[in-house]
Ligand binder design. Structure first.
Ligand SMILES: Cc1cc2nc3c(=O)[nH]c(=O)nc-3n(C[C@H](O)[C@H](O)[C@H](O)COP(=O)(O)OP(=O)(O)OC[C@H]3O[C@@H](n4cnc5c(N)ncnc54)[C@H](O)[C@@H]3O)c2cc1C
Length: 389
């Protein structure tokens, strides 16, 4: 049993032993495999898949034992990678278990933790996350959504965009500017909410949820909707963004592995010019290089997880998580591209599903943090270069 001191309260995490870890790995891979022929944008598939994931207890991985969880962030990353390597990632692990869990555990009140963390673990509480604004984009400091203190609560007004799964979540974690101090505050907003106006954003990438522009029309929230300190939510935000980056990275590695598995099988049996195409080094090498990059990315993800879990040095954790995100998303995309090339024309058919996976991995270069913004942070924290953002 380990104790994590990074949170205001000490939480206990029950490490998963080698046998249990192997069983978990197999379980996650098997669930992913059952959905490998389904498109990532197929919402029915995504919902059925999430139901299987939660029924298997996988959403509780990385949550402390006192809230019904088991394992650590490293175990959750392995689960996320194995689901994706099987053929289908669980997007909701990112915002619910990893991000929502991390923010509540490190910054929520005991009451909030007791109420919500077990429900994250059993899948009955699904989070969405609202940070991006049309006018601010990557520059969150420019956000204009404002939280004003009222008698006994808060009033939120403003606008967010590209918010995923607002229609398929029970709670929104909203980042707003505190009207009094100008700092960030985090709020939990129960959904559906009749003071929210929703407008769909039509995204063509194969994603397992819908996106929305959300207008906060003087939304009234009670005092206990505030998570962490008013105006002091910057740390909570970054404590949530690090696990988000790691989970996305783990998914990218898993999807990349799935692409390579398919490409190697195809290259071994597709005969052109009298030999299997996989016998040509021009076909082998891009796949081999992609495999090396995926392995390197996985090592960086493990390093990021260790830095995040230790909680000792937030700057080092941010650096390691951003590095892992960049490396893993590059590696996943490279693997999907190499696999597409191996398949020739068949890579673009619905039968192979490769172009669907390529589209999703390409999206991960731009979101949830763009490659450039992650590199900016690496340049500043890793190289001591002046801040440009
Ligand atoms: C499918 C999808 C789902 C999403 N889900 C959510 C969600 O659930 N919740 C949420 O809050 N947001 C969500 N987003 C938003 C996403 O996080 C943002 O799109 C992303 O952070 C980039 O912001 P932006 O689109 O405003 O780009 P911009 O900030 O306008 O940037 C445009 C380009 O300029 C580059 N750039 C900008 N500034 C710099 C700089 N200083 N240095 C170098 N390059 C720079 C960026 O890297 C990018 O390539 C989602 C987006 C998509 C497409």
């Amino acid at each position: 049993m380990t104790t994590v001191h990074a949170s205001p309260v000490e939480s206990t995490y029950e490490p998963i032993g080698p046998d249990e870890r192997a069983a978990l790995t197999e379980l996650a891979f098997g669930i992913g495999r059952r959905y490998e022929t389904r498109g990532f944008g197929d919402l029915d598939a995504a919902r059925d898949h999430w139901r299987e994931v939660t029924e298997a207890g996988l959403a509780a991985i990385s949550l402390p034992t006192e809230y019904g969880g088991a394992g650590t962030m490293s175990d959750l990353l392995l689960v996320a990678e194995r689901l994706a390597a099987g053929g289908y990632p669980a997007g909701k692990l990112t915002i619910s278990s990893a991000m929502g869990g991390a923010v509540l555990l490190r910054h929520g009140s005991e009451e909030q933790r007791r109420r919500w963390v077990p429900a994250i673990g059993d899948g009955s509480l699904r989070f969405c996350f609202a940070l991006t604004e049309p006018g601010a984009g990557s520059n969150a400091a420019r956000m204009t959504t404002t939280a004003t203190k009222t008698d006994g609560g808060w009033r939120i007004s403003g606008e967010k965009t590209y918010i995923s799964a607002v229609d398929d979540s029970d709670m929104m974690l909203v980042v707003a500017k505190d009207a009094a101090s100008g700092g960030f505050s985090l709020f939990s907003l129960p959904l559906p909410c009749d003071r929210l106006q929703l407008q769909p954003v039509k995204v063509l990438a194969p994603v397992p949820e819908r996106q929305w522009t959300v207008y906060f029309d003087d939304v009234e929230l009670p005092d206990d909707a505030l998570v962490g300190e008013a105006g002091g939510g910057g740390r909570a935000l970054f404590d949530g963004l690090n696990p988000e980056r790691l989970i996305v990275a783990a998914q990218a590695v898993g999807i990349g592995r799935w692409c390579l598995e398919k490409a190697a099988a195809y290259a071994g049996q597709r005969v052109v010019f009298d030999v299997p195409i996989g016998q040509h080094q021009a076909v082998q090498h891009p796949l081999a290089e992609a495999l090396i990059d995926l392995e390197a990315a996985w090592a960086m993800i493990e390093r990021g997880a260790a830095a995040y879990e230790s909680g000792d040095d937030p700057r080092a954790a941010g650096l390691a998580c951003n590095m892992a995100k960049v490396k893993a998303c590059d590696a996943g995309l490279k693997a999907a591209d190499a696999a597409l090339q191996t398949f020739g024309g068949s890579g673009f058919t619905s039968e192979s599903m490769l172009f669907d996976r390529f589209g999703y991995l390409r999206l991960l270069k731009s979101t949830p943090v763009s490659r450039e913004l992650a590199l900016n942070q690496v340049a500043v924290s890793g190289l001591g270069l002046p801040r440009s953002y």
